[in-house]
Structure formats: C-alpha cells, structure tokens
Design a protein around this ligand. Structure first.
Ligand code: PLP
Length: 374
C-alpha cells in the first residue's frame, strides 16, 4: 500500500499574465467554471453547444456551418485542421517565418502530406510574390500560414492577397489564428480563409481546453471525400459531426467546464463588440509600445506588421535576459516570456491579450521593466 503524498490543498500563484499566453482569465469566465456539471448530452448542454457555435461564428466572422470547439488546446484544433484536410500524397505549403510554421510542417507530414516551404525571415510576414513563386514551383494542394506569429510578434497583413493566390491554384487555405482571434482584425469569410483554428487562452482570455475551429463547406467536402480514413480517431471531423452536427450523438465526453468557459468568454466578446475589442487591443498595445520606446526599447517587427496582441521587444545589448525575466517575476509577480527558436536570446515577448489588455497591466509591465533595467 502506497502512503498518500504529503500535499496541501492547492493554492496556485496569482500572477499578472502578460506573456504569450495564457492571458488572465476574465472573472466571469472563472465564475462559470465553478458551475455544476450537466451531462454532455443534456438538453440544456445542447443549447449551450448551439450558442457556442453561434458565438464562434460571430468571432471568426463566418457563416461556416462547420464551426466547433475542439477538445484540447490550440494544437488539437491545429491537428484537427491538418489531419482532416491533408490526405496522403497532398503537397502542403507552409511558411518558414516562425515557430508555428514548423509545427504545421510536422503535422502535415504526419498526415501523409509532402511538405514544401515558402521562405521569409523570422519576424517578417510572407511576401505575396514569394507565395506566388512557391505555388508556381510546388503546385500545393493545401497552403498553411500563421496570421499572428506568437514566436516573432509579426502579423500577416493583406491576407486576401495570399488566399487569392491559393484559390487561383485550386488550393485550400488553413490559417493559424491562435493569437489573433478576438484580439486582432480577422474576417474568415471576407478574406477567403477555408479553414481557421485558434486557442482559447490568448485573446479570448479563457483557460485552454476547448479550441475554436471553422471549415468552409468547400473544405469540408474535401474532408468528407477522402479516400483514406483520418489517422486520428479522436479528431476525425466526419465522426465529430455526430456530436456537433444535427444528430448530437455521443462521440467523446465533451470537456463540459471548458465549454462553459468558452461560452462565457465568447459572450464577453459579443458584449464588447468585435471591432471595439480589436480597437481596445490596439489602444492598449500602443500605450505599451510608446512606454517601451520611452524606456529606449525597440520592437522587433516593423510597424507595418506589428502584432498588438504579442509585442516582441529586442533585448538591449549587455542585458541578461534571464535575470530581467526573473526580476520581473520575483519583484512584481509578473509573467512575460523569453524568445523562441531563431529569436531565442534576442527578444522578450510581452502579450497584450484579452482581459490582460488593460491599462493597469500595461503600466505594471512598464514599471517592472524600468525597475529591472535599472
Ligand atoms: N499556434 C500558435 C500561433 C500559437 O501561439 C500556439 C500556442 O502558443 C499554438 C499554435 C498551439 O497552441 P497550444 O499551445 O494551445 O496547443
């Protein structure tokens, strides 16, 4: 018989979260997370599912019927997109300009795709001419791009210029909107995005666990016409349709509390209004950017493709990055993050997402940075 470990009731740290995610969870979202569970097939839960789908359509700006929260974190929604849309033998074009393009490549390969690359330096967006050249060279069936690259703080501007190239070549577009949904302008239908996935823990200010995914009818036709079964049973959209479609029959037990949380987080988006919310993110991040400049700090990306929800700040010469982050955490109970991949050691990453995108948090970051740089 093992003896019980000597642990106490849980009291997690209460930090100010201004890193690349998770962001701080809105108090209303925390409140619904303590609500009692109902069954995942209960009539009242089915009503909540319908509402989540409606609210997701609004937040993605899409009329796509196939709009659901995938059980799991952003990577689960990402894998659902690639595993379903990519068939063995498909060529999949992905970007080299950040960490998450690399993850797309890995998922596309596991789905049986042949990966081709469109090149751009880390910290810069894709150039539509480079995308057109890559289409000419590789004739891809699927094109993935990252709308808001969390590893570099670069926003992909002019998305329709990319989706037009893909559609002129009969390809399907998968967009990573993990760090843009609910924080930065995103218009899935108007911009011609076939598939978009996201996470809950960034600009939606909800704990990770149920992750937004939307597919157009055209993309879903490709999925339903596949010659081979999707390799993942859990993420197979033709099976998930039984639960999230008209039937509402059992596939797996939905993470009920996460669905409540997402429902409330999306309700907050609807109450604020999407455009007002994009504007708030821009306003708060502008306040942050100006404060950083006053401290003599520079953002890594050019202004044209600055991503308000994730600010990549160049580390000044002679500053020890780990000491800086440690000071901010120990002295101010504040989380910001180091760089990732090619930009590791060159930038720190300051998020300005969802409920965290507010004046008091931005001012705390500036104060803590000033203190730590002294
Ligand atoms: N894509 C981007 C752009 C991300 O920033 C992240 C997470 O930070 C992911 C995908 C993966 O999401 P998760 O960590 O929730 O699985």
């Amino acid at each position: 018989m093992l003896t019980p470990p000597d642990t106490d009731p849980l009291t997690p740290e209460d930090r100010t979260l201004m890193g690349p995610g998770p962001s701080e969870v809105h108090p209303r979202v925390l409140r619904v997370m303590s609500a009692p569970l109902v069954g995942h097939l209960d009539d009242s839960f089915i009503e909540i599912m319908d509402e989540v789908q409606e609210l997701l359509r609004y937040t993605f700006q899409t009329e796509n019927r196939w709009t659901i929260p995938v059980s799991g974190t952003g990577s689960a929604a990402m894998e659902a997109a690639f595993a379903n849309v990519v068939e063995p033998g498909d060529t999949v074009l992905v970007p080299t300009n950040g960490y998450f393009g690399g993850r797309m490549a890995s998922m596309a390969e596991r789905a049986g795709g042949e990966v081709a690359y469109v090149e751009a330096p880390w910290g810069e967006p894709l150039d539509p001419d480079a995308v057109a050249d890559a289409f000419h060279q590789h004739d891809p069936d699927v094109f993935g791009f990252v709308h808001a690259e969390t590893s570099t703080g670069a926003l992909q501007p002019n998305v329709p210029a990319l989706t037009d190239i893909a559609h002129d070549n009969d390809a399907y577009v998968i967009a990573d909107t993990v760090t843009s949904l609910g924080g930065v302008e995103l218009r899935v239908d108007e911009w011609g995005i076939d598939v978009a996935y996201s996470g809950a823990q960034k600009c939606l200010s909800c704990p990770p666990g149920a992750s937004p995914l939307t597919l157009s009818d055209r993309a879903m036709e490709k999925v339903l016409d596949r010659d081979s079964e999707v390799r993942s049973w859990y993420l197979d959209l033709s099976l998930l349709e039984g639960y999230w479609g008209d039937e509402r029959s059992y596939h797996h037990t939905a993470p009920i509390t996460n669905v409540y949380a997402l429902r409330e987080a999306l309700q907050l988006v609807a109450e604020e209004g999407l455009e007002a919310r994009w504007e708030r993110h821009r306003e708060m991040a502008t306040h942050l950017k100006e404060g950083l400049e006053t401290l003599g700090l520079e953002l890594n990306p050019e202004d044209e493709y600055w991503l308000p929800s994730l600010n990549a700040v160049r580390i000044p010469e002679g500053i020890d990055e780990s000491a800086l982050l440690r000071d901010m955490k120990e002295e101010h109970n504040l989380e910001v993050a180091s760089g990732l991949g090619d930009l590791d050691g060159e930038i720190i990453r300051i998020g300005c997402m969802g409920y965290s995108a507010r004046t008091s948090n931005v001012e705390l970051v500036l104060h803590a940075l000033e203190d730590a740089l002294r």
